[in-house]
Design a protein around this ligand. Structure first.
Ligand SMILES: [Zn+2]
Length: 165
């Protein structure tokens, strides 16, 4: 059976891969994700993907975003690296007192729950529906998307599929 790789979106012939999220990745992507040679080779690989991916450090700080994520968010690497996720995606709550991670709304934040869980357990999540009130030049709008997380070395990759605003 042919499947579409969730990372690079190429068609690939399914083998007897284990039913984990990386199992839905083609062989090339599995290699890149499970055994990245260097941080630079991982960044280069992520830049070639069409899906937006944020690279999160263990403290839920964003340490990078691939080219598709930078295009989606309209930000360059400096606006992403070292910032909190709510600041990066312009979450409306990130501007409240306490900031991203410390407001009443943050307890229900899908991104935070999934990234923390994946970081602590190594467990992957696939296509969990999420929504976020984000600040756009015209005002606050609700963004809906599907979140997937994957642990790669000390990082958690956060993939945002089927984003709609
Ligand atoms: Zn792939």
């Amino acid at each position: 059976m042919n499947r579409i790789c969730v990372w690079c979106q190429r068609e690939w012939a399914d083998d007897d891969s284990p039913p984990i999220v990386t199992g839905m990745a083609c062989e090339t992507c599995r290699e890149e994700l499970l055994q990245p040679r260097t941080a630079q080779s991982l960044a280069d690989y992520l830049d070639r993907l069409k899906v937006p991916v944020l690279v999160m450090a263990d403290d839920v700080r964003v340490v990078g975003g691939n080219a598709a994520a930078r295009a989606l968010l309209g930000k360059d690497a400096a606006d992403i690296c070292g910032h909190l996720p709510g600041e990066v995606i312009e979450c409306a709550y990130a501007r409240l007192p306490g900031g991203c991670g410390n407001t009443e709304h943050c307890k229900a934040c899908t991104i935070r729950q999934l990234v923390t869980n994946t970081h602590l357990t190594g467990e992957s999540h696939h296509h969990v529906p999420a929504y976020q009130d984000i600040r756009l030049p015209g005002g606050v709008r609700e963004m809906r998307y599907l979140v997937s997380t994957e642990k790669v070395g000390p990082f958690v990759l956060l993939r945002m599929d089927e984003t709609s605003i």
